[in-house]
Design a protein around this ligand. Sequence first.
Ligand SMILES: NC(=O)c1ccc[n+]([C@@H]2O[C@H](COP(=O)([O-])OP(=O)(O)OC[C@H]3O[C@@H](n4cnc5c(N)ncnc54)[C@H](O)[C@@H]3O)[C@@H](O)[C@H]2O)c1
Ligand SMILES: O=S(=O)(O)c1ccc(CO)cc1
Length: 798
Amino acid sequence: MTTVADILRTMDYGPCLEAAAPVHSWLDAHAHSFRHFIHGEFVAPAQNEYFEVFNPATEERLARVAHGSDADIDQAVAAARQALPAWSGLSGHQRARYLYAIARHLQKHARFFAVLETMDNGKTIRESRDIDIPLVVRHFYHHAGWAQLLDSEFPAHQAVGVCGQIVPWNFPLLMLAWKVAPALAAGNTVVLKPAEFTPLTALAFAELCVEVGLPAGVLNIVTGDGHTGASLVNHAGVDKIAFTGSTAVGRLIRRATAGTDKKLSLELGGKSPFIVFDDADLDAAVEGVVDSIWFNQGQVCCAGSRILVQESVAARFGDKLRARMRKLRIGNPLDKSNDVGAIVDRVQLQRIRQMVESGRADGLSCWQTALDAPSSGHFFAPTFFEDVPAAHALAQEEIFGPVVISMGFRTLDEAVALANHSRYGLAASLWSENIDVCLTVAAQLAAGVVWVNGANMFDAAAGFGGYRESGFGREGGREGMHEYLVPKWLHAPGAQQAQDAPVQVAAHLAPTEAGAARSIDRSAKFYIGGKQVRPDSGYSFGVRSGSGALLGHAGFGNRKDIRNAVETARKAGNWSQASGHARAQVLYYFAENLGARAQTFIAHLQAIDGISEAAASQQFEQVLARVFHYAAMADKHDGSVHSTLTAHVTLAMNEPFGVVGVRSPAHTPLLAALSLALPLLATGNRVVLVPPPDASLMFADLYQVLDTSDMPAGVLNIVWGDSDELAEVLALHDDVDALWYFGPAAGAARVQAASAGNLKSTWVQRRQLDWTSREQGQGGEFMRHATQVKNVWIPYGE
Ligand SMILES: NC(=O)c1ccc[n+]([C@@H]2O[C@H](COP(=O)([O-])OP(=O)(O)OC[C@H]3O[C@@H](n4cnc5c(N)ncnc54)[C@H](O)[C@@H]3O)[C@@H](O)[C@H]2O)c1
Ligand SMILES: O=S(=O)(O)c1ccc(CO)cc1
C-alpha cells in the first residue's frame, strides 16, 4: 500500500478519477440504444440499421446508434423545412430566449456532458470539463446575443433556410455548438449529422433541447457515417451546407454542391506553424507546444504541428521540450491527473502509427515519451521529430495525432517562407518578446488565425476559419453570423436568372459587311501586365452591336492568355501591401480620367445595348459614382477588435485574397464589371477580369484610361473570349485565390466544380442583378466578399 511517506518522497500523482456513474445510468436508461432526433422526437431509422459506438480508452461498447439512410435524411429535411417559417418568423428576442435557455441548461448539466464527451471521444476530463463544455456554453450565450441584436446589427438580412451541418469527432459537442448556435440565432432550421465515432453528446443535446421546449423540427439530428453525410449534402431541400472535417471530404462536398444554390462553408485541415524566435520565452513556448499538439492528443485541426525554431536556440529548445515530454502523463482520460488521453479510434491510431513509422524508415530523428498506458484502449505516445526537411511528408501532411516535427530557420524572412510553405492556412502560433517581430510576421502569414505568445485560443466572439486549402467561411463572431444570413434583396421576388446570350464568338474570321473594313482600323487586344497583348490563339472575332452591325474586331482569348494574366497579377503583390490611401488615389485618378472620356463610353454603351444617349449618359454617371464610392472605401474597410474572454486584443483584420478572377455579366456591362472589379481593387486584390465579349471594344478603351491613371502594371488585367471557358480556366488555376462568377447557371456549376482543386473561395451569382441599384450593385456585401478575415490574438497584461 502507498503510504503518505512514499507520496512525499516520490511526489507522484495519485489516481484522481472522475465518476462515470451518471453517464452509465443515462446509457442504461436508454438501453444503450439511440435513434435519430427528428421533429422533436426520437425516431427509429427507416432501414432499421444501427452501428456501434465504443469508449476508445477502454474499448467498452457504449451504445448502438441509428445509421441514417436517404429516407431518414429526407424526413429530417422535411421537418426542418416545415419548422422554418415559424422559427424564422419569431422575433430575434424570442429566439434569443431559447438560446439563452439552452446555455443555462448546458451549465446545469455541464459535468454530465464533460464525462460523456470524454467517454465517447477519449479526450481527458480536464479538457472536456475546462475547455470544451465551457466553450459550448459560451457559444450559446454569445449567439443568444446575436439573435437579440439581429435586426439592428444585420439590417436587411434574412436566414438562409434549412442548414445541413456535418461535424467531425475531435470536438463533438463544441463543433455542434459552433454550427447550431449561429444557425438558430439567425433564424435557420438545422439537420445536423455528428461524426460516426462520437454521436453521443449530440443526442444528449437533443434531449436538452426537448427539455427547454425548442419547437419541433428546428433542430434535427441524424446519426450515421459518410454516406449519411453525402445524402444530406445532396438533398435538394437543403439551402446551406456547413462542413467541418478533412480537406479530402471538403473537396467532394465542393464538387457535389457545384451548380446548386446551396451556400457553403468549409472548415478543413491544417498543418499550422509554431514559430519560435531566439528572443522568445523558451519555457513559455514549450508549454505552448504542449497546448498545441498534445492537447486532445493532437487531434486538433489547428494544432501547431510544425515547430519552426530559430537556429541559435534550436538545441536548447529541443532539450527543454524533451524534458517536458518526460513529464507528460498518458492514460485513463477520466483520471484528472492525466495530460494525454486516448486516440478516438483504432483506425486513427493506425494512421498515426503508419505516418510515424514512415518518418523513422526515412531515418528521421524521433523522440517519444515513455508510454505506460493501460493495456486496452487506443493510446499513442507524444512524439517529436527533429530537423525534418520542409518537403518531407511529415512536414506537409496533416497527421492528426500527438506528433510534432521541427525544423530550423535563420532569419525572419526564412521563417515566413517556411511557415507559408504549405497548402493549408488555418492557424499559426508566434513566440517572441518583440512585438514588432510578432506583428510583422503575423501580417505576412497565410493563416486565418494567429496567436501571439499563445496557442489554441478560442472564443465565441472571434471568428475561426482558414485560408487556402483549410477552407472558407468563418465560425464565431460577427463574421461567423454572415455564414447563416443572406441579403434580403437576393430573395426579392422577380429576381431573374442571369441570361447571358450564348457566346457567339468563334475562332474564325467574322464576315465583314461591304465597307465596314474601312472603319475598322484595329483589332482590340487584351490588357495584361499594363500592356496591350495580342491573343495567343492568333484569332479574332467580329464584335457586333445590339442591332447586329459590325463594330470592329477583337482578339479571342484562350487558356494561355489567362495564364499570362494570372502570372502578371501574381507579381503585382505591392498593390496588396499599399496603403488604402495610396489605392484610393489611383482609383480617384481613374475616375477623373474616365470622366474626361465620357463621350467615348457613352457611345459604346449606346452601340452595345442599343439604348438612347440619355440612358447611356445616365449609366455612365452611375459608373463614375461607383468608382468614387470604392475610391472612398479603399481606406475605410476597417477591421475590428473582438471582445474575447481572455486578456487579448483580438484583431479581426480584413485582408485581400491575392489574385481574384472575375467573370462579369453581359447586362449593363461597364457598370457590372466595375461594380465587381472595384471592391476587389480597393481592398488590395489583383484582378483578372473577363468581361462580356460583346463589350470588348469598350474595355479596350477602358484600359487606355487605366494606363493614364497610375494603376500599377498587373493589378487589373483584362482578357475576353468565351467567358465561361475562360472563367473555368481561372477556377482551375492554383495561383488564383478566389473567383467571382456572375452569369448563367451552367457556367456557375462549371466554375464551382473546377474550384475544388485548391478550394478557392468562390462567389457565384446566377441571378441577374440590377447593377444600377445601389442596394444590389454596391456596398458591404461586395467588400465582405473581397476580403478574408485574419484574427490575430495579442496578449496584454500579465
Ligand atoms: N477547420 C476546422 O475547423 C476543423 C475542425 C476540426 C477538424 N477538422 C478536420 O477534420 C478532420 C478529422 O475529422 P474526420 O476524420 O472526422 O474528417 P472526415 O472528413 O472524414 O469526416 C468529417 C465528417 O464528415 C462526414 N463525411 C465523411 N465523408 C463524407 C461525405 N462524402 N459527404 C459528407 N459527409 C461526409 C463524416 O461522417 C464526419 O461526420 C481533420 O482533417 C481535421 O483537420 C477541421
Ligand atoms: O476546430 S479545431 O481547430 O480542431 C478546435 C481546436 C480547439 C478547440 C477548443 O479548444 C476547438 C476547436
